[in-house]
Design a protein around this ligand. Structure first.
Ligand SMILES: CSC[C@@H](O)[C@@H](O)C(=O)COP(=O)(O)O
Ligand SMILES: [Zn+2]
Length: 212
């Protein structure tokens, strides 16, 4: 029985508009999905312009990837969404390409990027005093089934995200609001970490030249 307040189409359209306003869904990139209480999945159509996502741009799928309703092809990356739903308690998966999430993936060591300590880590549900999060980073692959399997192998339920090199981030949450909060927190931490590194490098340079 689907609760009356489960409105996947309007929820996905609202979230898409918000992420597009941030500039996080350029050039039709990114894909968004929600899992219904009956375990079926609502996902964006492949190639849809997420800046102006319409109801027709959302397809209804079975958990195994069969189209139940909707026109066109589901996201090219549907296999990743379905795999994340299979192995987590997530009901929302959001994927975006940003310059910051692509740049931060370059700073991975041993397949993870370390973020924090910072107050914003609490938005990712980590309340330890000096928490650092180790976000998994994977090489990008064209084969979606293989990529989905590798993602599943690397997922850490306590760290709600995974980075793909030269591609973007996948974020998941137990509700759409949580997944959105996690995504915004990750992107904040990426920018803060990158800009801090830049300021540190500038300070070192100025120090070297006796300017400070
Ligand atoms: C528009 S290029 C990006 C795509 O290759 C893909 O990575 C992406 O994020 C969007 O794919 P889509 O099939 O529209 O869901
Ligand atoms: Zn992508």
């Amino acid at each position: 029985m689907i609760p009356l307040d489960f409105t996947p189409v309007s929820t996905l359209m609202t979230i898409s508009r918000r992420l597009a306003e941030y500039g996080w869904l350029p050039a039709t990139s990114g894909n968004l999905s929600l899992k219904a209480p009956d375990t079926s999945v609502w996902i964006t159509r492949s190639g849809a312009d997420k800046q102006v996502l319409a109801a027709e741009d959302i397809l209804h799928m079975s958990p195994s990837g069969m189209i139940l309703a909707g026109q066109g092809k589901p996201s090219f990356e549907t296999a990743i969404h379905l795999a994340i739903y299979q192995v987590t308690d997530a009901t929302a998966v959001f994927h975006v390409h940003t310059v910051a999430n692509n740049l931060i993936a370059r700073y991975g060591t041993h397949g993870t990027v370390t973020l924090g300590p910072h107050e914003m880590v609490k938005a990712l549900d980590h309340w330890e005093e000096t928490a650092q999060l180790h976000l998994p980073v994977l090489p990008n692959l064209l084969d979606m089934d293989q990529l989905a399997r590798r993602i599943v192998d690397r997922l850490d339920p306590k760290v709600p995200g995974i980075l793909l090199e030269n591609h973007g981030i996948y974020v998941f949450g137990r509700s759409p609001a949580l997944a959105l909060r996690y995504l915004e927190a990750w992107e904040f931490l990426f920018r803060w970490t990158l800009e801090s590194r830049l300021h540190d490098a500038l300070d070192r340079l100025l120090l070297l030249n006796n300017r400070i």
